[in-house]
Structure formats: C-alpha cells, structure tokens
Design a protein around this ligand. Structure first.
Ligand code: ZN
Length: 234
C-alpha cells in the first residue's frame, strides 16, 4: 500500500472515539469506521453510532464526502472468553486496581488486530483509536508502548505499512473536549455532549452539562470532571 490518506477509525459511539472520528475526518481523504459487538452489557453505545455518523458529517462540509463505510463486527467470542477468564481468575488484581469488572484484558489489542484485517481488505492504511494513557493509566492495552509494539507486530505479520494513530494518548479529558472544539467548534462539542455514550451502566437519563449518563460510575465521573475543567479553561 502506498497511500497514507485512507483511515479506519475504531468508533464505539463514545466521547473519545467520536473525537477521533472528527480528527480523522479533518485530515484524511477517506475515512471508514469500525465498531464491535462483543456482548456489551448495554447495547446503547451501539445504538448511538448510526445517528452520530449521520450527524457528524453535517459539522463540516468537507467531512461528508470523506466518510465511507461503517463496519460493525460481531465479536461475541470476546464476551465468551472474558466471562470465562473473569470467573476463573476472580482473585486477579484488576478489580483491586479500581478497574471495572467489565474490563476485558487485551480487548484493545484484539480490536486493533481485527481492524487491521478489515483495513487490509479495504485498502486502508491508518488505524485511529482513542487509547489514552493520561486518564486510564490502569488499562495496559491502552498504553502507548502496547500500541507501538502492536503496530510493529501487525506490519510484520501482514507485510503492511499500517500506521496506528492515537490522537488522545497524551491528553486528558478536558483537552479532549478542547480538541473537539478545535476540530468542529461548538456544533461538534454539542454533538458529543448530547449524542455520544460513555456511561458504564448504560444509563442515558437526563442530559447533564457534560452529557447523558448515571453521573456516578467512573466513566461518567471522568467525563463530567473533564467537561467542568474544559468549561473553566475556556
Ligand atoms: Zn455512568
């Protein structure tokens, strides 16, 4: 592959991946999206994806012609494996580390690997993911080193020159809101606030300043705190 203009965005329907999608749409000529159905406890994030895709192209006239196919991949296998692992390894440190019991070891590695396979078939040469060390340092498969090692492994294993881009790796949640502001102005911030889904408990509930969600789970708390800091800095 010679082009470096065709991207595949890991797009879950959350704040981070929607920001990554806007980031990709602002710099690549062709952008496709991929989402994974792995038996999530709550399917809300899968439900918000189509409406986000249809709305995000209205933010900037340049983005509509760039947005291509969406790939929704059935990874129910992951749900089965992780359930087994959690049952068997119930004493391992994940829960003690403050990670939610929905944490699936290696999930992002598998997502990237599947994305790379789809990218190969579709002739895409950049993979974009919302992995971030700053806020979620406990997730080992979100680490920059994990992604860099995976990029090498994928390219060796598939004889490709795929590039793994993680635009949120070193920024915090407030800066992620700021990035959205820079990429798509108030309209993108509002789209992310009102239409993305982050809550671990799958609650939509009322629309808070920072978006929908239960307001108490770690994902909501992080999102709310980031939004408050973003507003304070503005
Ligand atoms: Zn929540």
């Amino acid at each position: 592959m010679t082009s470096t203009n065709r991207a595949l965005v890991l797009f879950s329907g959350g704040q981070d991946s929607t920001t990554c999608l806007a980031w990709a749409l602002s710099r690549y000529a062709h952008v496709e999206t991929i989402g994974f159905d792995y038996g999530q406890r709550h399917a809300i994030e899968l439900r918000v994806r189509p409406q986000l895709l249809s709305k995000i192209v209205t933010i900037d006239p340049a983005w509509a012609p760039r947005l291509g196919e969406d790939h929704l991949i059935d990874l129910s296998l992951l749900g089965k494996i992780s359930e087994t692992a959690l049952t068997r390894d119930v004493d391992i440190a994940f829960c003690n580390d403050g990670l939610p019991n929905t944490f699936v070891p290696g999930r992002n590695l598998l997502f990237m690997m599947v994305a790379a396979t789809v990218a190969y078939r579709r002739g895409l040469d950049v993979l974009v993911g919302g992995m971030c060390e700053t806020d979620f340092s406990g997730y080992p498969d979100c680490r920059d080193d994990s992604m860099k090692a995976l990029q090498v492994a994928l390219n060796l294993g598939m004889a490709t020159r795929l590039k793994l881009e993680t635009p949120l790796m070193w920024i915090d949640k407030a800066a992620t809101w700021s990035l959205a502001q820079d990429l798509g102005g108030a309209a993108l911030v509002e789209l992310i606030r009102a239409d993305t889904h982050t809550c671990y408990l799958g609650e939509r509930g009322v629309l808070h300043d920072w978006g929908h969600g239960c307001g108490v789970c770690p994902a909501c708390a992080l999102r709310a705190r980031g939004h408050a800091e973003f507003v304070a800095r503005a």
